[in-house]
Design a protein around this ligand. Structure first.
Ligand code: F6P
Length: 342
């Protein structure tokens, strides 16, 4: 009987998942395995929702956004009987291995399943937030930041015409990597990150100075910043205990504060999920493909409980437990660089 590898994608989707799925399927076929796709992340493992994943199914997906398998933020550890159902599905489908593609939440579940139940899992890191420790980059990030830079440049154009200050809000609830790269890549005038509270007086002074010189000033803000002296709206939490940020409206809150402080007309824009859609950049296509191929190799070698990481230019296995132990937030070196530039 042909051995079987299952693939699931969990958490927020991001460009690069489809190339990664394709990478697993192509390499697995070379190694003599057939693949099945688990639908909608861990939810599909609980419900035993699997579909065949043939070479034909992945033929034209390398440039496609989203995930052909669907995704969810389901946490089997938070569902009554969830873990038992996952173990049951693993047996029922006759799996040799499960490749779980996700961020800290999805991979955190994989790490626990390996540790507690010796499940044959291999992890593939994905997140547009780029906040997974133990890998230099995750696919999805390059595409998201590229889209955000384009949005930022458009805001500068219209802002200059109207002599306005513009605020762009990007995703990143615990780590400000997308905001940081966007601000540097688009030549912004101020950067607001979750890693440090926004100093309103400093921001207003810098924006006024930039506006006086250039007739426009741009702020790039991560969705979860703390603004000093401001009472932030209350958050709701998801199944993994993370803030659901859709109602927080950082860009609008900042723009009101900026207008009041600077007396310069200010407008804001939120690009939200636009950053997560569309075809992956070339970088994300190649990275997704490489980590997918490596995941199939690790599954074949029986190197379970590991995630594929990008270290320099090499894709290497790292333990899932270590990889999910802490989040990678913007480092003091990067903060210093942005302070030197902005
Ligand atoms: O996947 C991480 C992320 O992109 C965060 O930056 C953002 O806060 C969150 O997803 C949004 O998730 P949802 O798709 O559930 O609105």
């Amino acid at each position: 009987m042909t051995k079987r590898i299952a693939i699931l994608t969990g958490g927020g989707d991001c460009p690069g998942l489809n190339p990664a799925i394709r990478g697993v399927v192509l390499k697995a076929a070379k190694l003599g395995y057939e693949c099945v796709g688990i639908q909608e992340g861990w939810k599909g493992m609980i419900d035993a929702a699997a579909v065949p994943l043939s070479l034909h199914d992945v033929k034209e997906i390398v440039g496609k956004g989203g995930t052909i398998l669907g995704t969810s933020r389901t946490n089997p550890y938070k569902k009554e009987g969830g873990v038992a159902s996952v173990l049951e599905t693993f047996k029922k489908l006759g799996l040799h291995a499960l490749v779980a593609m996700g961020g800290e939440d999805t991979l955190g579940v994989a790490a626990k399943l390996f540790k507690e139940h010796k499940v044959n899992v291999v992890g593939v890191p994905k997140t547009m937030d780029n906040d997974l420790d133990a890998t230099d980059y995750t696919f999805g990030f390059d595409t998201a930041a590229t889209i955000a830079v384009d949005a930022a440049e458009r805001l500068i154009d219209t802002g200059r015409s109207h002599r306005r200050i513009m605020v762009l809000e990007v995703m990143g609830r615990h780590a400000g990597w997308v905001a940081l790269y966007t601000a540097i890549g688009a030549g912004a005038d101020y950067l607001c990150l979750p890693e440090r509270p926004v100093d309103v007086k400093d921001m207003a002074a810098k924006l006024k100075a930039a506006h006086a010189k250039n007739n426009v000033a741009l702020v790039v803000a991560s969705e979860a910043v703390d603004i000093t002296g401001e009472q932030a709206p209350k958050e709701q939490l998801d199944a993994f205990g993370h803030m659901i940020l859709k109602a927080r409206g950082v860009a609008e809150r900042l723009s009101k504060i900026i207008e009041a402080e600077t007396k310069i007309e200010t407008r804001s824009a939120v690009i939200g999920h636009i950053q997560r859609g569309g075809g992956p950049t070339l970088f994300d296509r190649i990275l997704g493909t490489r980590v997918g191929v490596k995941a199939a190799e690790l599954a074949h070698e029986g190197k379970f409980g590991h995630m594929v990481a990008l270290k320099g230019d090499a894709v290497v296995p790292v333990s899932l437990e270590a990889a999910t132990a802490k989040l990678k937030t913007v480092t003091p070196e990067w903060l210093k660089l942005s302070d030197d530039l902005l």
